[in-house]
Design a protein around this ligand. Structure first.
Ligand code: R5P
Length: 304
């Protein structure tokens, strides 16, 4: 089947990802040129020919507010300039956690954000979005989507580095990732009960009676942001006499200060996938993202 030429365009902060995708796809890539006008508005320019191309905008959507308008402008510009389709390869997809109204009057931002991206793009590829009360991206996104799971790569890392792990999710929401990595490694698993009273006020407790003191505890979550969830879980394990855990997260959203706080607070090592550039990155996702991008871009009949 004939494929349109592919072009990867790096969104702000997405140059290393764009280069890695282009290497895997054997296509060209270009950085989106941005200009900040004195009045605070942003101009964007695509410095490559997009006519007839499948344009893949590449970049993670951590710190999303500053990145989203350039992304929408770039998508519209690419279409205007003759791109055959425009997709987004965003290893971290923002605004998935506010999936209900937790307090009266709050916006359900996951839905609004999904509508915004869906109105400008043909497809979206991402790694383990935070699906909780929304079970599938298709419930809120009306474009073709493909999810790349991190579990097989995390399981592979564990098999070669931690001979006898006990997988622990810090809250019930993490059960889906923990259960899958446990299935792939054959390790036992447990999830803790979490209470969040504020952005930085978290406590966890262990509910069941199951303990595996002879195994290495591995704390696994999809997102580490302030680090408070990981810290609370690590100190609970310490209090119950378990070994120091290995901590793994798919998406590292934590800033330098929070990372220092985490390492100083009893987490000896944090390991993450490179969905968000961070010193803790140890698992590369680009080859799987490139494969998924090629699949979804050539399968234009797939249901949104
Ligand atoms: C929550 O639902 C997520 O799965 C993570 O547990 C959470 O985002 C971690 O946040 P923090 O590091 O700020 O405690």
């Amino acid at each position: 089947m004939k494929r349109d030429p592919e072009l990867v365009v790096a969104l702000p902060g997405g140059a290393p990802l764009a280069a890695a995708l282009a290497r895997s796809l054997r296509c060209g890539w270009s950085e989106l040129a941005l200009h900040q006008f004195p009045d605070g508005e942003t101009g964007v320019r695509i410095d490559a020919s997009v006519e007839g191309c499948c344009v893949m905008l590449a970049g993670s959507l951590n710190q999303p507010d500053a990145k989203t308008l350039p992304l929408i402008f770039a998508a519209d510009a690419a279409r205007d300039l003759g791109a055959s389709q425009v997709g987004l390869i965003a290893p971290y997809l923002a605004y998935m956690r506010q999936d209900i109204r937790f307090h009266p009057g709050e916006a359900i931002t996951s839905r609004t954000y999904a509508r915004l991206l869906s109105s400008s793009l043909d497809f979206l590829v991402t790694v383990d979005p935070h699906l909780h009360r929304v079970h599938e991206l298709g419930e809120i996104y009306s474009l073709r989507t493909q999810i790349v799971p991190a579990a097989p790569l995390i399981a592979r890392w564990l098999r070669s580095h931690v001979p006898s792990p006990w997988l622990i999710g810090p809250d019930e929401e993490s059960a889906q990732w923990v259960a899958e990595v446990a299935r792939l490694t054959g390790a036992p698993w447990t999830v803790l009960r979490k209470t969040r009273r504020g952005d930085r006020d978290v406590s966890v407790r262990i509910a069941g009676r199951e303990r595996w003191p002879e195994r290495v505890p591995v704390l696994l979550d999809d997102i580490v942001s302030t680090g408070e969830t990981m810290l609370a879980a690590a100190s609970l394990l310490k209090r119950t006499g378990m070994r120091v855990p290995v901590c793994i997260a798919v998406h590292a959203l934590l800033e330098t200060q929070a990372y220092r706080h985490l390492l100083a607070g009893g987490v000896s090592r944090l390991l993450t996938c490179d969905t968000v550039p961070h010193p803790s990155n140890a698992i590369r996702m680009a080859p799987l993202l490139a494969r998924a991008a090629r699949q979804i871009s050539t399968n234009q009949n797939a249901r949104p």
